[in-house]
Design a protein around this ligand. Sequence first.
Ligand code: M6R
Length: 367
Amino acid sequence: DLGEYRHFMLKEIFEQPQSVVGTLENRLGSDHVLPALVGAADALERLAQVDEIQIIACGTSYHAGLVGRYWIEANTDIPCNVEVASEYRYRRQPPRKNMLLVTISQSGETADTLAALEKIKESQGCLATLTICNVAESSLTRESDMSLMTMAGPEIGVASTKAFTTQLVALQLLMVLLMQAKGGDKAKIAQIVADLRKLPALIEQALDLHPKIEALAEHFIEKNHALFLGRGEMYPIAMEGALKLKEISYIHAEAYPAGELKHGPLALVDSEMPIVTVAPNTALLEKLKSNLEEVRSRGGELYVFADRDAHIIAADNLHVLEMPHVPELLAPIVYTIPLQLLSYHVAVLKGTDVDKPRNLAKSVTVE
Ligand code: M6R
């Protein structure tokens, strides 16, 4: 039922505060996360032995995994790799005894992700397998030792929206569980848990930008290309923004870590190339600002979603949309919202089939 909404995608974008509440519900203690959330009585003992993590996923779920790596490596001493399932499944990996294999999937039925999991189980083995998944009775939950369910509810739009943000929430829960299992800093854990409780309200504030983003969308409909920039854990968010735009509006979009501009993509920048940037007030902000200047001085049209304390001031060719102030760990989740809304409105203006983009299926169950 679409209710007041014109498309499922828009409805699902606006459901995100609720789906985040659902994903946090009954999983947070006063100052810690509850180990039962991965569905194994001995979760903490198992996770205590992990000395390496491999994340496997496809598409949007892969982007969630990339953010997860930044978080896990910033807050634990466990090295974490991330790879798309279609690559991982066809190459040899050296045996890794104490590895936790994490698959991420909305549907739990993606053929490549399942095949990668099966391959690991049959060949090299690993310490344990865990899936972050949105469908309780899926193949991935059945085949994995532990399951951390996202509580997004059914997602109808082919473009993943609420599934992605709840995957990010699940990755933070997993990160905190790993911190607890490894005897991490209690005060830091308590702070992350307290911040997670603020997330639904922050997403609401980002959704309030809706009318402003709708107005921005006009600027994109005549364009053939767009560039998305981010640094650190915001780089995968730029990748996700670019995927959303190409998937539903059919505009070619690419994401780059802003520091890579000079190594090639700067050659593409002219007044016909809109450049979308996510700029929370994080450690890499000053570096990002100098990257933006490089673009502006070449005539690029910049659209920046920025923290008010980032002090990025609107000017010619520089459009600034002010975002709510967010704790650093929540920035990737909150900054995803305006990028979803932007691609949605560009697609609506272009008249594409937003909920069922051409050539795509909701769940890719064949190779
Ligand atoms: O069900 P999964 O999360 O395993 O699906 C993976 C991708 O096919 C999926 O995320 C796809 O990239 C989205 N439609 C993008 O919006």
